[in-house]
Write a protein that binds this ligand. Sequence first.
Ligand code: ADP
Length: 544
Amino acid sequence: MNGLMMHQQLLVSSILAHAERHHPTTEVVSVRCEGDVHRYTFRDMAHRSRQVAQAVEALGVGPGDRVATLAWNGYRHVELYYGVSGAGSVLHTLNPRLHPDQLVWIINNADDSVLFFDLTFVDIVRQIAPRVPSVRKFVLLSDAEHLGAAWPADDDLEVAAYEDLVEAQDGVYTWPAFDEKQAASLCYTSGTTGHPKGALYSHRSTVLHSYGVALPDSMGLSARDVVMPVVPMFHVNAWGIPYAACLTGTKLVLPGKDLSGAALITLQEAEGVTISASVPTVWQGQLDYARANGITLSGLHRAVIGGAACPAWMLRELRDVHGVRVIHGWGMTETSPMGAASVLKLCHEGLNPETQEAVLTKQGRTLFGMDLKITDDEGTEMPWDGRTPGHLMVRGHWVINGYYPPGRPSPLVDGWFPTGDVATIDPEGFMQITDRSKDLIKSGGEWISSIELENLAMDHPEIEAAACIGVRHAKWDERPILVAVRRPGSTLTAEELLGSFTGKIAKWCVPDDAVFVDALPMGATGKILKAPLREQYRKRLTKD
Ligand code: ADP
């Protein structure tokens, strides 16, 4: 219709086209599996992404076909993000931390046609290749020389070198225009119960999510920043940062496979990283290393922490020792993932640091484009009083409306997606996760927040990690106990740890016991697995 705004499809390729045209000299720095550091510009990346699109088409991959990756954060992986999706195919990122049997199941379920993999994953590919018949081409993300060293030429399984495929193309390619509702990428949730399920992101949802990620009260990315996604590109698209960086012209630093505190800090300091994003356990590695070596994270301004609750001590140490502002975020595979971020409002500015800390350790408020509510078991909306917990429900432009492959019953309830999290929301809209529904501890009919107890335990200077679980109790049905890891050299007792809770929470919420272990069981996405702990300590408080 005349007299209205233009209508352009929101396509992933348009983000890259913008970066190439308006931020051509912005750098992308990657630590490669080959062992060196690679750097080039958005202009180079755009050219090579077009070569990738041509190469993928030359392999016979058509619109909508799935192309799998098994790779760390690096420039070749970003080229696949844009090249595969830009050509109209679907980029399917695989999580290498999953068991090979699970990878086989996921690849077969997604019917992937090509698999691109990093040098690190040669052994995994050897194991799974005979069991994934839909994959007709395996491509090592390196050059012919490294392929020759990793894979004998007379091997039964034929593998191509990525660099050969890319160099065979001229990069003269016009990104195809198609409907923004088409699929761009696919990520399976780790599926702690049952088989994994796919979240299929559309071009439109990806572009809108990138705007959300870039907003000032979200990650606040700009062309003056240097962003380092430590969160993996193999799970939920590294929280959308590879897209958001091109949308905003932000220098991108990609750390590769070594996620130790030492490696990350060295890279961060060398490249002038101003904002970095990872899960609490990875931040812990950085802080431990910085503390032990008397290092201050001088250039870093913001730390995005999510995937699991950010403990208060981490927020304080980053703020007070390193001058870094923590942005605590919440999200899930099904929400692309950015759902909420904890950034103060004007009304919080004058508050004292302790009160601000209580706000900042919440999982935060949502962004335009997403909406939240909490409900009781019957679906009635609960008040936003910051105290009453309810089932957290979300809806928005970048929330799934069903799982991939289609055909299962819709997970939606009245148009809202049930997150499986339990949360409170305060009058300013700050949401706080108190539990996963399956981890809820019901003591004598009351709900006890396992996350609050874990946070309190981790606030103890001698505690490195803690999980709170509900175990059977003769009188109260269930009572909380703590399973914790002490810091090296600590001789802290259960009584001392539980004594530190006094005055901080209601007496009836204090755990009944604490056990110390060497390590907690972790899942493929870096979350503590509570199911095996519940099984192991089931009878801790009862005799039968
Ligand atoms: P999975 O692959 O296990 O689905 P996700 O990355 O999708 O992994 O995990 C989503 C879940 O992680 C959320 O539903 C929530 O329980 C938890 N989570 C994410 N961020 C936070 C946070 N900041 N605090 C507490 N829990 C979080």
